[in-house]
Design a protein around this ligand. Structure first.
Ligand code: ADP
Ligand code: MG
Length: 725
């Protein structure tokens, strides 16, 4: 074979022009790319039993998963009544087992020819005839040779997922295995090492060529684990190199503004508050002050659960800016929230001569022109707005601090656009989606993180329950009774209009119905995303002023809204929401001193299943996990109101690759490593990466040239924050 790593794929046996093109469709363009097409799983001896053994286990109550290796004796379609099923009988050693399918029978029936070898995995049961049976198992075909080899030498067999377009070109399991095997044998040794030797040594990682061979055809499970560890480390290492480069750039390349807190505004403001700041708030405030005092731009994330009091801390930072003659801008994700913050801010700070201006999408021309003029002339000290703030027409006189609330709602570009309105302003971002510490230090590794980890003392935990739809009457009565005690309520529906496809309850229809029936003697309001901002604002205001007892809403109320007497929230079709969204919605209540209630509604049938599942997900297979995710989410809501815990659960439920804002963070997506599980590798990779960038931020040392080369090769699109490219 005469080729190199960057040879086109059709240099390999088994790949012609057509297949090569199909591979290119999946971004596998050359031999090297194919080498890095890793198996999705391996078949190894340690997880295989014999059917005769397994039968005994199952008879004794074993109800976990198992893998068997056998060959097909016969297969048949069996009809009974109106239904049919497809059954395959296998033999292994001196026993037999059967697999059955009830759906997609056509699809399965062509796949099992007598004599073919298969690895079958699933959860076996004993039938009433005493047969060992798998229903809808996973199965993989293997060759006779592989099967023999496997039985005698225990050689581990890799399984790859076969991309659709290649399946269409009749590339099957062993076809792909053979192609990749050949590529590995011929080319793996030509790979260039991508990690520095000291790093390999100190982390006891396999060199790249060896790791690559082991990941496809491991000698044993231990070497497979080692190979995996190497690639996970490498992925996390380069991720963190990018994070470190960005942080370095922001911190050190240019100077920002220095602001001293002189107390002129902060002191009287603090004295005017009806409460004392919590220890947690004071600690975070001290961190912010320290950042603002030095002449490097602050780049800090405040994370704190819903209701932990982040807004006050942000206001204090903005007052420090004002004391120093700087303007501040605070950007929030929704107009309602902008208006609420605007009202709160004005009430709190205008008496100290601090001028607040708001800027949102739907304002009239005149109002907008006035706002823009005030911002430019510095008549406005604090500007609050939605993403309307980042438009080109918005010019500041002297912008020194930007605050971004609910930062996960904004993309990287939106954030940096606001930042570009000034010359290196201090930057504070806030999130109520708490994330575990290791995760935040990774994803937001370029930010310094402050955590408000204690709630104000006056908070009572919210009582959360799950109810079926048949309890609705009782719930409405509860709302009416509680109203006598001065409670207001939210009733939340997922969508504005009845959709034909998904039969969700719509806020509008329910508003009409409920205000004529259950709540006909009450004042009911309606708010939804399709209203104009001033209509929404009006509604919220009237609700806050207690003109309404009940507010029927879509999720527009989700973020940040604060009405102290609204202490009941009913969430319809609760299983459709994500965990962080549920937690946010629940955060709308329990903000005052009254007991808060959160009622999660689901169908009756659904609630029946709830009891069956426990908190612990670890023993569940991915398929089952998927199915009961929503049930687990609701259960978790009942069991805890700790936002950090919920976010950990959420992360487990979502799995890798779909973690808060990873995609929005501007850093590459992780493909091999799982931040949840590979935390210790992550911590070490981060430490190593940061040390290297601290010592050699431009990667000019000869020992670091390998890192630079790899960055330019594989991460070019992510280098705009650095001075490498
Ligand atoms: P979030 O962190 O969700 O943005 P907010 O800043 O909106 O929370 O605060 C929630 C409520 O708690 C507000 O009404 C605020 O005035 C009040 N609050 C903030 N700090 C304290 C405190 N230290 N003690 C009592 N109440 C507080
Ligand atoms: Mg808030």
């Amino acid at each position: 074979m005469s080729g190199t790593l960057d040879s086109k794929l059709d240099t390999l046996n088994g790949i012609g022009k057509k297949r090569a093109e199909a591979f290119e469709h999946y971004n596998i363009n050359n031999v090297e790319d194919l080498l890095f097409y890793f198996p999705v799983k391996h078949l190894d001896r340690s997880n295989i039993t014999k059917s005769s053994e397994l039968k005994k286990y199952v008879a004794n109550g074993y109800d976990g998963e198992a893998t068997l290796l056998g060959f097909v004796i016969k297969s048949e379609e069996i009809n009974y009544g109106k239904k049919s099923m497809f059954k395959v009988l296998f033999k292994d050693g001196n026993g037999t087992f059967e697999c059955v399918w009830f759906n997609a029978i056509k699809y399965f029936s062509g796949r099992f020819n007598a004599g073919d070898n298969f690895a079958v995995a699933g959860k076996p049961v004993l039938t009433k005839y005493g047969n060992l049976q798998f229903a809808h198992p996973d199965f993989d075909k293997i060759t006779d040779e592989e099967s023999e080899n496997f039985k005698h030498t225990g050689k581990i067999i890799p399984f790859y997922s076969i991309p659709k377009k290649l399946k269409e070109l009749n590339l099957g399991d062993f076809g792909l295995r053979n192609i990749i095997r050949e590529a590995v044998e011929v080319y793996a040794d030509s790979l260039t090492e991508t990690l520095p030797p000291e790093i390999l040594k100190s982390n006891q990682l396999l060199p790249v060529s060896q790791a690559l061979k082991e990941i496809h055809y491991p000698r044993n499970l231990e070497t497979l684990q080692n190979a995996l560890r190497r690639f996970k480390y490498e992925e996390l290492f380069y991720f963190e190199i990018l994070v470190a480069l960005k942080k370095h750039k922001i911190r050190n390349l240019r100077r920002g503004v220095a602001m001293k807190a002189n107390g002129k505004l902060v002191k009287p403001f603090l004295e005017s508050l009806p409460f004392k700041l919590t220890q947690a708030q004071l600690k975070v405030l001290a961190e912010i002050r320290a950042d603002m005092e030095i002449d490097k731009p602050m780049n800090r994330l405040i994370q704190g659960d819903v209701g932990s009091g982040k807004t006050i801390v942000a206001i204090l930072a903005m007052l420090i800016a004002a004391e120093n003659g700087y303007q501040s801008a605070i950007m929030v994700p929704t107009e309602i929230l902008a208006n609420q913050h605007y009202d709160t801010l004005k009430k709190m700070v205008s008496r100290f001569g601090v001028n607040v201006v708001s800027l949102i999408g739907g304002q009239t021309k005149a109002i907008r022109a006035e706002a823009l003029a005030d911002i430019k002339s510095h008549k406005a000290n604090i500007v609050i707005g939605t993403h309307a703030l980042i438009e080109d027409t918005v010019e500041f006189d002297k912008l020194g601090l930007i605050v971004i609330d609910e930062q996960h709602r904004f993309g990287v570009t939106q954030r940096s656009k606001l930042r570009d309105k000034a010359d290196l302003p201090d930057c504070l971002v806030m999130t109520a989606t708490p994330i575990p510490r290791t995760l935040s230090m990774t994803l937001y590794g370029d930010l310094d993180v402050s955590t408000i980890d204690k709630m104000p003392a006056n908070r009572k935990p919210i009582r959360t329950v799950i109810r079926g739809e048949s309890s609705l009457r009782g719930i409405y009565k509860f709302i009416l009774d509680k109203h006598e005690e001065g409670y207001q309520s939210y009733i939340v529906y997922p969508m504005v209009e009845e959709s034909e496809k998904i039969d969700l309850k719509a806020a509008t229809t329910h508003y009409e119905e409920l205000s004529k029936t259950f709540f006909k003697n009450r004042d009911v309001g309606l708010i939804h995303g399709k209203m104009k901002w001033n209509e929404k604002q009006e509604m919220m205001k009237r609700f806050a002023d207690k003109e309404f007892d009940i507010l029927i809403a879509t999720t527009v109320i989700e973020v940040g809204i604060d009405v102290p007497d609204a202490n009941i929230i009913v969430i319809n079709d609760a299983y459709r929401y994500g965990l962080s969204q549920l937690h946010q919605l629940r955060g709308r209540v329990g903000r005052g001193s009254k007991q808060g209630f959160c009622i999660l509604l689901a169908s009756d049938e659904y609630t029946k299943q709830l009891q069956k599942f426990d908190f612990n997900l670890d023993y569940l297979s991915p398929a089952k996990r998927e199915k009961i995710k929503s049930i687990l989410r609701l259960n978790s809501m009942v069991k805890t109101s700790d936002g950090f815990l919920l976010s950990e659960i959420d992360m487990k439920l979502r799995g890798p690759g779909d973690i808060f804002g990873t995609k929005q963070s501007g850093f590459p997506e992780l493909k091999i490593a799982d931040i949840n599980k590979d935390t210790s590798i992550l911590v070490k990779a981060k430490q190593d990466a940061f040390e290297i960038i601290n010592d050699d931020p431009n990667l000019v040392f000869p020992g670091d040239s390998l890192i630079k080369t790899k960055l330019l090769k594989s991460y070019k699109g992510h280098l705009k924050f650095s001075s490498i490219a």
